[in-house]
Design a binder for this molecule. Structure first.
Ligand code: G6P
Length: 372
């Protein structure tokens, strides 16, 4: 009903708007007065966490994209080798799992069959399993050794939005907690990042307030057949997520690529007028990849692409090469997905609406896939 949608036309719009709150709620109660993390509900002792020598993140769909971003955070902050794998692939090969492997499963619903099977497989091999989940008491956290709940609140729209951002927050918290317990980063560095995390709800709010040009752009592209997405570093999974959203909602051919792979294939796809969305890393935090992606933008534009550039506020180097420029607030590099994903959600939602599609219930898709 209209009331359930809180005055929005679609649940998806409501859930996009709820993201600042969802992110804040996921941080709530997890940061002590000393600025350090307390994740008591995780149910793994500090000693158990210190013994972990490998992390494997396993998930499906949008949750898998959160996992891809988690890898950057876990290896950077916690210094623990981390792999990320699709749940449907994980147990059909022979992953090396030991008592000192932590398998982190990410699932909004807690009911995805492939992810649940991955939990069972990992536990049979005596690995520890930590679930990052949005639904209290659902099957996956019940069968896991430990759980960290995201507090996104109920997500109704099939395409995941606020659950994704809160999964990112939970992944950052896990990485930082490991860093804290293992002493790989100093307390003040950890509390500084946590303070930056606490600022992200208002950064996301700022993004949401500036979305009208993005909606206009989306409407203008409603007749396109294909959109490409490029990114680097944590912007690469953001590009994958932008493409997934467009497939799910607008039924368009959309692909995300690592910008560094452009010359190994994707550049052959560039044609006159092809829209290409580029997620640009921070010029300060990611100086080298920033420079490289700016030349990628020039290369594809020279070949006729219509460049849609998502860049940090104040990054003027991209201006001459952007046919459309979407600004996001400056945040620490690893946190950029929290702001950069939002315009891509809005873009896909608006484009699908312009095409007349039901954004809450796209054809052929289910909110939770409980069959293999
Ligand atoms: C379905 C949903 C996606 C979701 C995926 C994984 O495909 O449509 O939005 O990302 O399942 O779901 P989970 O509940 O395990 O995160």
């Amino acid at each position: 009903s209209a009331a359930e949608k809180g005055g929005y036309d679609h649940f998806m719009l409501k859930e996009i708007a709820e993201q600042p709150r969802a992110v804040a709620d996921t941080l709530l109660g997890r940061v002590g007065a000393d600025g350090l993390l307390t994740l008591d509900e995780m149910r793994l002792s500090d000693q158990e966490l210190r013994d972990i020598n490998k992390i494997i993140v396993v998930a499906c769909g949008t949750s898998y994209h959160a996992g891809l971003i988690a890898k950057y955070a876990i290896e950077h902050w916690a210094g623990i080798p981390c792999e990320v794998e699709l749940a449907s692939e994980f147990r059909y090969r022979d992953p090396i799992l030991t008592r000192d492997t932590l398998v982190v499963v990410i699932s909004q619903s807690g009911e995805t069959m492939d992810t649940l099977m991955a939990v069972r497989h990992a536990r049979e091999q005596r690995s520890r399993v930590l679930a990052i989940c949005n639904v209290n008491g659902s099957t996956i956290p019940r069968e896991s050794d430990a759980v960290l709940y995201t507090h996104a609140g109920p997500e109704v729209a099939v395409a995941s939005t606020k659950a994704f951002l809160t999964q990112l927050v939970a992944c950052y918290l896990v990485a930082l907690y490991f860093a804290q317990v293992r002493g790989t980063k100093f307390g003040d560095e950890i509390s500084q990042i946590i303070a930056e995390l606490a600022e992200t709800p208002s950064r996301i709010e700022e993004v949401l307030e500036t979305m009208e040009p993005v909606r206009e752009l989306a409407r203008s592209l409603a007749d396109e057949r294909c959109v490409l997405f490029l990114g680097r570093h944590v912007g690469f999974p953001v590009a994958l997520e932008g493409a997934l959203k467009l497939k799910e909602l607008a039924y368009m051919h959309a692909e995300g690529f690592a910008a560094g792979e452009l010359k190994h294939g994707p550049i052959a796809l560039i044609d006159e007028g092809l829209p290409v969305v580029v997620v640009v890393p921070s010029p300060l935090g990611q100086r080298v990849t920033h420079e490289k992606i700016v030349s990628n933008i020039q290369e594809i534009r020279a070949r006729g692409a219509k460049t849609i550039v998502i860049a940090e506020e104040g990054d003027s180097t991209v201006e001459p090469y952007a046919d459309a420029l979407i600004r996001v607030p400056a945040v620490p590099t690893l946190l950029q997905p929290l702001v950069a994903t939002v315009p891509l959600q809005v873009f896909a939602c608006e484009l699908a609406t312009a095409k007349g599609h039901d954004v809450d219930q796209p054809r052929n898709l289910a909110k939770s896939v409980t069959v293999e």
